[in-house]
Each structure stands twice: as structure tokens, then as C-alpha cells.
Design a protein around this ligand. Sequence first.
Ligand SMILES: Nc1nc2c(ncn2[C@@H]2O[C@@H]3COP(=O)(O)O[C@H]4[C@@H](O)[C@H](n5cnc6c(=O)[nH]c(N)nc65)O[C@@H]4COP(=O)(O)O[C@H]3[C@H]2O)c(=O)[nH]1
Length: 697
Amino acid sequence: MFNLSRYFSTVSFILIVLAAGVLGPLYQTLSMHQMKGLAESRNVAMAQVFQNSLHDPLETLLVESVGRNASAVDQSDDLISIQKSAFGLMKGTSVIQVKVYNRLGNVIFSTDARQIGENSLSNPGFKAAINGSVLSELNHRDTIDSLEGSIGNADILASYVPILGKDKSVEGVFELYQNVTPFVGQLNSSMWWVTAGVVLVFAALYFMQFLVVRRAQGILEDQEGRIKAARDTLELQVGARTEELKRTNQQLEEEISERRQAQSKLNYLAYHDPLTGLANRRCFIERLDESLRETAKRDERLAVLFIDLDQFKQVNDSLGHGVGDELLVAVSSRLSEHVRLIDMLARLGGDEFICLMEAVREEDEVEVLAGEIIAAFEQPFKIGDHELFLTASVGISLFPGDGGSDSVLDLMRNADSAMYRAKSLGRGNYHFYTPEMTVQAQERIQMENLLRRALENDEFRVHLQPQVDTRSGQLVGAEALVRWESPELGQVMPTRFIPVAEDSGLIVGLGNWVLRETCRQFMKWQKSGFALPQVSVNLSVRQLERPEFIDVLNQILHETGMDPTCLKLELTESVVMAFGDACALLEKLRDLGISLALDDFGTGYSSLSYLKMLPVQQLKIDRSFVEGIGRNTGDEAIIRTIMELARSMDFEVVAEGVETAEQASFLAGLGCQQLQGHLHGRAVDPAEFRARWSIPE
Ligand SMILES: Nc1nc2c(ncn2[C@@H]2O[C@@H]3COP(=O)(O)O[C@H]4[C@@H](O)[C@H](n5cnc6c(=O)[nH]c(N)nc65)O[C@@H]4COP(=O)(O)O[C@H]3[C@H]2O)c(=O)[nH]1
């Protein structure tokens, strides 16, 4: 810390020394000047006394000395008398020597006779006096001859005083030596006293101020101590706070980076399908929106290709979601290989993919891409132990034409409608959108609305299709197939309205109605003597999913009095696989005595081990395979395999869609027990059925 006391001491000491060093000599100079003035006044007075007392002899001497040599003057009588008088006048005064110069600067009189005759013309004192001024000089003399002998170590004031004549002209000069030794001594000792006094006063002042300063220094040190302690505490607090801030900052940075990661993950998830990593619906819509505007500006064309996997539902239902997911990933990567870099492939959800093709010059280019997409499915997908054969249906909409530049959804919806048309043409097809498809889509909506009140309006009818024994051709049963007589749409076939009923959930009420109506009809026939051995009813997965299904079934059986052993329920492979606890539910149905058949067999992906566990008695070979008999060796091979399987697993087999005798004989040759198809009869209303199959009495 700055040492105020030391600083003060040093500066004060220097100031005191300086003050003493300046004030002492100043005092001496002033006093000396004063003393010189007084002594000079005395010398002037003394000269006046001399001049007055020795006026005549002195004047004579002054006059006579001019032009005479020194020895002549020295010998004059006047000189002797002047000398006597001079000594007399000097007696008792401090004047110790008197000299008289004539105008020529010669000493014509001196109390020291040896000096008479000397010349001092060039002496400054003489010069001043001859010009009318008085000049004094203070000298220190080691020895000087005086009236009473020689004086040693004396301070002498020599004054040159002009001697004025009557006419006030300077006739000569007095030089008077006055012994001022006592005064000078006194002055010197006074100077020391003054110096000592100054030192003492300043020392006292210094001491008092020192006390004040030391006290101030104490206060300052105390304050500094406190400030230092406060600063130390503050520094500690600042250090701690800095550390805390660093930690908080680090936490913040970590949080920010976590948030950034989460945000980028969220962004990624917001725009990507987590399963396949492809762009999702939102991403596709935004890109299409942007592309539409760009394409409109550049006067170009673009295409939207809606891709749907034809058999994905069956795979998913029969082999489980794990396999389904893996299949979707494999499909996405295979599709990606065929899409150009500038195009965009996205997954809309489920088994629906969509592709945006930009900068389209010709429709052919789109057809090529659609063809490539379909061709991509020619090779089977290997998922685990499964080798899965799939096909894809592609619907295409084009811009401009199939949607405005601000109608992203129109283009997507139209491509979707085109895809449905492609699907209806058979598996593995593509189709361009046409405006009539929108009409069909609207019809579908209208159909759903009409379906809702069709049950209440009693617009449904149950038709029956015969099932015959392959060898004897005898009636062994009938399949109940629903028909809709709509006042607005006319007769609507199940292939049109069952999917709509399934999608809308209306199938539950409709399916239960068919079940009840079939049982009621069966019992009516039985009571009236037409004994049909068995009747089959189709079940939708939506019905099975209902927890109250068994209760509803029991109630129908109870209400109608139907013998459960005469009832056969047909479930598609995919329905059985899709239903979580199918085995347990089917067991319950079996316990009731109801027969079970697996419909559309061969189109799904049932595993043999699972099939073995199912309490099913019958397999129904799908119509699509029967259709290929005699035309497609692949279909025939599948039928043979199904027959082998059924034999080894002890299933009864029904072939549906049998239209020709050739098909019937092929199936008979393989040991198929029952046939169903136009060859033996179409599905007809109960009256016609009875009329056809009643045995004449
Ligand atoms: N070309 C041709 N077709 C033949 C031949 N023999 C039978 N068919 C048709 O094949 C379909 C067989 O029924 P499905 O496989 O259960 O397929 C049925 C079934 O899955 C569903 N369905 C019909 N009625 C019901 C029902 O009451 N409930 C449920 N859940 N589905 C039903 O609608 C599908 C179609 O029914 P339909 O149009 O009646 O068509 C029936 C039948 O008319 C033939 O020799 N040639």
C-alpha cells in the first residue's frame, strides 16, 4: 500500500531543509544589507564631521596636492595637523582608518601614513565617489592598521564619500574604513538562530502533522484491510459464481446440444418414415407443393405414382408384423433402386408408397418407371426363412391435367383412384388417372351412405350356391352369398360393396344379419322337408374381433334352432392369421359343433405349423388357381401341393370357381372331395335353389 507517513516524512524533511536553507541566508542577506546601509550612513556622517572639522587644511591640501609629488604632500604641515585632528575625531568611533584622495586619485592623507602617495584612480569606489555617489564595500581583512595598532580578522566596510566644495563640485574623496566585525558576527549568529528557529518551528509543525498523517495512515490501512478482506471475499464469491456460471453454461450447452439433437431427430421424424427411412406423407406433400409451383412456372410436367402392394395384407396378417415390417424395408430399398435421383419416393403408411417424378417430357417416361416398379417385384423377397412373392399396383396422375398447381391432394387422390383401377385389373398393373375414376370414388362414398340404411330398409338378400360331391355330383352343402338390391344402384355384387362395408365397419351388422338369415332359411327348409346337409357362411375379421361374437352366434343358433353341426363358417387365411387369438376362438366354435373352412386357400402365407394347430376341417382352393387349370401349370402345381398338404394333414378340400368339366375332372383326379362353381350352379335365391335341388318325390 502507498505509505503516506513515509511519503510525508520524506517530503516534509526536504521542505524543512529547503526552508531552513533558504530562509537563513535570506535573513542574512537582508540583515547584511541593512547593516551595510547603517554603517555607510555612519561613514557618510563621519566624513561630514571630518570635512566640517578639517575644512580649511583639507581644502588647502586638496588644492596644493594637485601637481605636487607625494613626498611634498607628506611633508606638509597641514597634513600633520589633519592627522592629529583625524585621530581625535576617530577616537571612540568604529572608524579605524580614514583616507583622502584628491581629484587625481592620489592618497593625499591617510591615518596610515604609509599609504600617502598611492594612486587609486581606477578603483571603482573612487570612481563612483568622484562622480558624486557614495559607494561602500564590505571586505574581510586578515590584518589592518588602525588607530590603536593592527587589527586581525576583521570585517571592514570601506565607504567612498565625495568631498564637495562650496560650489557643490567634487574636490576630493574620503575613504573611511569602519570595523563592522561585531555586527557581522552578530548577524551570523542571528542567522543560525533564525535557521534553528525555522527548523524547530517546522519540526514542531512536522511533528503535529506527522501525528495527523500517521492517524490518517492508520485509518487508511484499516480501510485498506477492510477493502482487501472485502475484495478477497468478493473474489472468492466471484470465483465461486464464475465456477457456478461455468457449470451452468456447460449444462446449458449440453442441454442446447441435446435439444438440437432432439430437434433434429424430431425434424427427421416429422419428415421421415421411421421404419424405412423414406420421406413420409408430410414431406411428400411439401415437396409436391413446391414442385407444382416450380413446374407450373417452368411450363413442365410432373407425375405422381401411387404404389400399393397387392398381397402385403396377407403377409402381414399371416406371418406377423415383424415379417411385414422387414418386407416393407426390403420393398423400399428395391423401389429406391428404380427411382431417379431427382425423383422422390415416400411411404404414406401401411403398404402404400408414392413417387414424385419431375421434369416429365413424355408420358412414356412415366410408363417406363411404372413398368420398372412393377418389374422390381418379379424376384421374390427373402425375409428370414420366407420367400415372399409380391406384386404392386401403380396408379398415376399427371400435372397439368389431373390436378391444379395448388391441388397437391387432388393429384395424390387421383393417383390413388388410378391405383384402385389398376388393382381391379388384376395384380401387377399400372393405370393412368381418368376423370371417371373420381366419379367411381364418389360412388364409393355414395355407396357407403346407401349401405348404412340398406339393412334397415331390408335391401339385402341371401343367395345360395351349391357345393357338390366330386364323385357322385350330389348336393352336400351350399354357400350363402349376400346380394344387395339397392333402389338407387340396382343389384350390387358383393365384390363391390363388401370392401366398402368392411372399411366402414358396416360388415359387422351385415355379417350377423346374413348368419341369422341363412340359419333361419336353413331351418325353414328343414321344417318344410328340404334337408340341406350343411350351409356355409362367410365371416369377416371385423365380426370375429367383436368380443360379443360368440354370444351373438349362440343367440342366433338359439333363436333359429339351427343345429351347429349343419353350419360351416368360412374364414379366409388372412382373417385367421390377422386375428390374434384365432386358435382359441376357433376352438370355441368347434366346441359348439360348427365346421370351419379356410377360404381362398393358397393366396395367403399360412405357415404349416400354424395350420396344423387350427381346428379347421376344410380348405377351399381359391378360384384364381382353379381358373388356371389347363392353362397355367403353376396354378395346377399349387393345387397339387394343396391337395398333398390336405391329404397329409387330413383336411377335406373344396374347390371353388369350377366352371368346366375339365377343371372338375382335374380336381377329381387329385382327390378333391367337393366342387363349387358355375358348372354345378350359380348363387341363386332360396326359392330357385330349392326348386333346383329338391329331390322329386
Ligand atoms: N367367376 C366365377 N365366380 C364364381 C364361380 N363360383 C362361385 N363364384 C363366385 O365366387 C365367390 C365365392 O365366394 P367367396 O370366395 O367367399 O367370396 C365372396 C366373399 O368373400 C364375399 N362375400 C359374399 N357374401 C358375403 C357375406 O355374406 N359375408 C362376407 N363376409 N363376405 C361375403 O364376397 C365374395 C364374392 O362373392 P360373390 O360375388 O358372391 O362371388 C362368389 C361366387 O359367386 C364360378 O364358377 N365362376
